[in-house]
Ligand binder design. Structure first.
Ligand SMILES: O=C(O)CCC(=O)C(=O)O
Ligand SMILES: [Fe+2]
Length: 515
């Protein structure tokens, strides 16, 4: 699978580099062959021109007669042979078959995954389709523009995925771009637009259908008079406020998490529209904190006090962060999520990233990552889970979740004892746009900053879940996000974080069943 990480996409890019060379050498071969044949054609034409003054005169010349006979007797056979023996086409196809077997190609799932990632970005960051199609993200031009065909294929795919809400704007954009082409007025283009009218009608997007009908009729009023009736029907449906069509059937069902208040909070936090109240921010401090074993103090920034969320700046150097990326790159695989129902870990649409885990004794950097979390928190790192490095590609995200395990989960597996008392996330890269860590209930957005470390407790001192710590990875809008997760278990931590004898989770219970 390639779409879920940037390093996956790099493999696809390399594939395209090879394919491009292959096609170029095929085209070069055709050119050479064509040039040779053109030379022959030109020579014979010159010959024929000298006959222009009179065929009889020309043929009375014995040399000319001989040459004509010779040409027809053997030259033309040679030309035919040359065309017949041209293996460039077969060679190209054979080489391509080899490439298909040996190089990385995206699967259908990749195609669907990348289409969904685009609509996710559109949705989360409320991007304008026209801007997105022109390569602009939040006012900054990053990519090349999409063609009308790109937009059409995306729309068609979203249609197949039954995401009609997103289908309509992409088809609209596609038709808009087609209309701007010089061939946008040609008959074939108008046929295409008529086909899209049918899509819109089926979906119940009457206004979009009407817009297209009017456009087609304005270009070819006489040839396309059958559309007059369609126009009338559409106008009637619009006047009646008709709500039939696929678009209206798929309005989000009640109980759909993506339509919940919580999910909306999350999206607002990702966009930076919701922030902690000034009154809460006033008490936040930046300070230097002594490290347990190192000489250099931590640059600690409080991001939230209750629950405590802190970010430590410049704890990992650029070289160390890059080293971890390089080490993880060959090992990362699509991230999975554990399902309580099936007891299995599977890939899920709500978590699209790739990851790999490392024993902390792997190298000096993994050792450093473990030691620093211990130094900062004072927690016993003997029961920390293996380090989990993750990479998110474009649109990669992890929807709101708690890191601690649910109450009925058996979490004493092997060496891991107790629930996940705390989470520490190292940011191993900056992210150009999007990709923050969002806490919808706080409501806090943490910006990834290469070399920094984010830390919070998932449990109340009583050991109960702190439901306020629900958090998420916002979709990456531009760039590639690398993190390393450190999860610390409960065992032996009571010396550092004494248990409260009273249960003290009332303050967060409200967030357990938020809607
Ligand atoms: O990538 C992030 O910002 C958060 C990741 C996360 O929450 C997780 O991996 O559990
Ligand atoms: Fe998490």
């Amino acid at each position: 699978e390639f779409f879920s990480s940037t390093s996956g996409l790099e493999k696809l890019f390399q594939t395209e580099v090879v394919l491009l060379e292959e096609l170029q050498s095929y085209v070069n071969g055709i050119y050479q062959h064509a040039e040779a044949l053109q030379g022959e054609i030109d020579a014979i034409r010159v010959e024929h021109q000298s006959a222009a003054d009179g065929i009889d005169d020309y043929l009375n010349n014995p040399v000319n007669a001989f040459r004509l006979i010779k040409r027809l007797h053997s030259d033309w056979e040679t030309f035919e042979g040359s065309v017949a023996s041209d293996t460039s086409r077969a060679d190209y196809l054979e080489a391509m078959a080899g490439h298909r077997a040996n190089l990385s190609f995206p699967s259908g799932d990749d195609f669907v995954g990348s289409a969904i990632a685009l609509t996710r970005l559109q949705q989360t960051y409320q991007l304008d389709v026209a801007e997105l199609a022109s390569g602009i993200l939040n006012g900054v031009k990053y990519g090349t523009a999409m063609s009308w065909q790109d937009c059409f294929v995306l729309g068609q795919h979203l249609y197949a995925l039954r995401d009609y809400n997103h289908t309509v704007p992409w088809l609209q954009q596609s038709m808009q771009l087609l209309g701007e082409q010089t061939y946008g007025q040609e008959s074939a283009s108008l046929d295409f637009m008529e086909a899209v009218v049918d899509y819109h009608r089926e979906m119940g997007a009457h206004e979009s259908a009407l817009g297209l009908v009017n456009h087609v009729l304005s270009v070819e009023p006489d040839q396309r008079s059958h559309l007059l009736e369609t126009r009338q029907q559409l106008e009637q449906l619009i006047t009646d406020g008709d709500k039939n069509g696929l678009l209206h059937l798929t309005a989000r069902r009640p109980g759909d998490y993506h339509a919940s208040r919580e999910f909306r909070l999350y999206e607002q936090v990702c966009r930076g529209e919701l922030k902690p109240q000034p009154a809460a921010q006033r008490n936040l401090r930046c300070r230097l904190r002594k490290s347990r074993s190192g000489y250099v103090p931590f640059k600690l920034e409080e991001l939230h006090l209750d629950p405590l969320v802190v970010q430590l700046h410049q704890v990992v150097s650029a070289e160390e962060a890059d080293f971890m990326q390089r080490t993880a790159r060959p090992r990362i695989k699509r991230s999975t999520v554990y399902s309580l129902n099936t007891g299995e870990s599977t890939a899920a649409a709500f978590r699209t990233s790739q990851g790999a885990s490392f024993n902390y004794s792997k190298n000096s950097v993994t050792k450093l990552l473990r030691r620093q979390v211990g130094d900062l928190s004072g927690l016993d790192m003997d029961y920390a889970e293996d380090l989990q490095v993750a990479n998110y590609g474009i649109g990669g995200h992890y929807e709101p979740h708690w890191d601690c395990f649910p109450e009925n989960h058996v979490y004493d597996e092997g060496d891991y004892k107790g629930n996940r008392i705390a989470t520490a996330i190292y940011y191993l890269s900056d992210v150009e746009a999007g990709g923050g860590t969002a806490f919808p209930f706080l409501p806090l957005l943490v910006t990834p900053e290469r070399g920094s470390l984010l830390f919070w407790y998932n449990l109340h001192p009583s050991g109960d879940h702190d439901y306020r710590t629900k958090h998420a990875a916002c979709p990456v809008l531009q760039g590639s996000k690398w993190i390393a997760n450190v999860w610390i278990r409960e065992r032996h931590q009571d010396r550092v974080r004494p248990c409260d004898l009273q249960r003290n989770h009332e303050i967060s219970l409200h967030y357990r069943d938020f809607d």
